[in-house]
Design a protein around this ligand. Sequence first.
Ligand code: CLF
Ligand code: SF4
Length: 302
Amino acid sequence: TEPSLDEKLKQRIEKHPCYSEEAHHHYARMHVAVAPACNIQCNYCNRKYDCANESRPGVVSELLTPEEAAHKVLVVASKIPQMTVLGIAGPGDPLANPEKTFRTFELIADKAPDIKLCLSTNGLMLTEHVDKIKQLNVDHVTITINMVDPEVGAKIYPWVHYKRKRYRGIEGVKILHEKQMEGLQALREADILCKVNSVMIPGINDEHLVEVDKVIRDNGAFLHNIMPLISAPEHGTYFGLNGQRGPTPKELKALQDNCSGNMKMMRHCRQCRADAVGLLGEDRSQEFTKENFLEMTPEYDI
Ligand code: CLF
Ligand code: SF4
């Protein structure tokens, strides 16, 4: 059984299609792809495509400037009134592109203050930016946490780029791990709702994710979303060189069941693209390509 949420918390999530399973039937989200750079390397990532930590592999989203992104949000909001949440989730790491990410949020908060702002990050630069995130009223932050043991992490992350220096192997993973844990605590202290995404990689972190679930829950995460590795070389995802497979739906469900303590487990994630538009199950991104939306004017002032 799910824990009972107090009224205030309910209100914060009731129109967010990812944080509330119920909401995803009625409310839509959109992403704007304003953040191209990334500061770590995941073994399953091919940089030609969207960030695989919050995205469907094999998809190339059209990069936008913050101004183009803000225009797009107003256009979409006037065509899709159920659109309640604007997320920045790539195509790289939003906090490896802080100027672009925050400029976009500022423009949207100014022109469409009713739209909830959402952010997804690998967590490396979260503590540096948590004050700004709070100040901009971003109430939903996702951190992708694939391990809490750097030995496991060493099989997932070959390097981390932190403060102008590249750290290889376990040295880099330790920095990432510490920063992710600090980031979780900083979100808790700032009272920002935190979801954790974990990519399930059979034979690498699948059993370990039970421990990850426990640690993040103890550190105040609100929701855990375990996503399957989608491993397909033709889609630009691969794991190392040895043809790592993704989990079967049965394996994924078994792990999610194993983890379900007293924290909610997200089970309706659709692994969206970095320029996704619409309800979680529908993809309307192609109605709003740059070529299209730049020609459209919002139907009303929001
Ligand atoms: Fe986007 Fe992510 Fe915000 Fe949702 S998606 S930044 S929390 S608004 Fe949602 Fe898509 Fe799954 Fe992400 S279904 S990939 S969990
Ligand atoms: Fe790729 Fe995302 Fe990992 Fe960066 S955080 S390497 S963009 S999957």
